[in-house]
Design a protein around this ligand. Sequence first.
Ligand code: HEM
Length: 478
Amino acid sequence: MSFWIFVAVAIILYIVYKSLNARTPDGLKDVHTISSFHLFKSAIKKRGGTDQMYLDFQEYFERDGVVKFFIKGKWICLISDPIIVKNMLLRPDTFPKLDLKEYSPIYSRHLGVNVVHSNGDIWKRYRRVCNPAFKTIPVHFFVETGLKLMNVLERIDNKPIEVMDLMQRFTLDALGKTAFGFDFNNLEDPNNPYVTTYNDVYQGLIHNTFVNIFPLERIPFWLNRAFKKIDKLHNLFDEIIKNKHKFIAAGKSNGDLLELMIKACEDQNNANLTDVELRHNLSIFMFAGHETTADALSTLLYLLAVHKDIQQKAREEVIGILGDSSTPSAEQLKSLKYINMLIYENLRMYPSVPIFSLRKLSEDLKCKNNIIPAGTVIGIYPYGIHHSPTLWENPGKFIPERFENKNLENLEFYGFGGGSRMCLGNNFSLLEQRILVCLLLRKYELSLAPNSIHKDGLKIKRMTEPFPIELVFKRRNE
Ligand code: HEM
């Protein structure tokens, strides 16, 4: 074993050495570099979040609209210029998504070719099948899961609880049920084998900063072990798909996304997706919809806990619209204008997708003073746009009213992306967030746990992931 550790360390050191000495392509020489050393330091340091990265390189983001870094054997340009970003999102054929095989064997093994990472005709084919599934979202699953979460809080009995973990558990259960009618039961039993199988892939590999920054995927024995974990999760998804076919054949209906996708395939105008294609697209829904909503809810609850006046205003809206009902109707959910503003302002401050899925330039791109050559890999960086002092007044302040009566298309807001590749699950997530906020605000008063490390502002550890956030949910006297 020690021999293998020695080999692994030697390979890592060699690759780190190569990254540190990576040759810059001619066209990118004048684009400011975030050094590999800075990235490695951020991965292991306590303040290595996207907020800190923006502060460290704000001068270049503002001046040039672009900075670059070297990762997984590639130079990647991060773009924060709002005009270029708008243009990129409106012309997806000129700025196609990067093939996952070119980026990461792990991502490619798990997600295959899917609706987020495909282009052209394949993307259109997937969208035709996915679109109808997102038209009628079975919101009762969000309510049911929200009520389960309330049971967990009841048992905690006014003591502090860590909300990032709680939100992860809530959103996994809610997504499992809505996406394919499967109960992960993460809220009641977080150590069950389904949750462990899922977390081994998502927390252990996909969302693991070390895996994303350090070149572990180039070590064959490490990669083999990673693939085994992914295959185990695939077996679970394949079983779910097989059972869903039987369920539909028996004339039963649950209204989940998988069922609606299988039914959409029966439409003669749509293509029939194979079970492997269905699995890739279900996997991408988990990838795109689980942590994103969990992170958004966690930062939103934090913001409400530290802005008591805003919390109270939001509660008044909820009680005013819902009255005594604890389960909001579709009409009521639409009327929650202030809650909506909170959700958008939270996503402006803490965009849950800090860098969009990578694109590859099919032609040269002029970005202020630089011409970025065709073939370069690009990451759209919404944090830079959402925090630019030239675009937003007081960008570091939580001011939900910014979104009052505003047309989102006229704002420099990219929380859910833009153009034809805009988030397919935005309504899904908005409904999920609105429902949970309603349930919580009616029953509890939220505050930060005493002596919280976040008392002077949210401390972000990596990318958009904050340090654990402990909140107290104090039962209100209704
Ligand atoms: C707070 C929650 C969410 C945020 C912030 C978010 C954000 C985004 C963003 C920024 C994009 C565009 C990425 C790009 O252009 O590269 C996107 C695309 C997408 N999202 Fe979401 N998302 C959320 C929740 C969800 C959920 C719940 C689902 C599904 C269950 C979902 C499914 C998708 C899909 C399928 C796409 C790709 C659309 C396409 O390329 O045609 N998202 N999302």
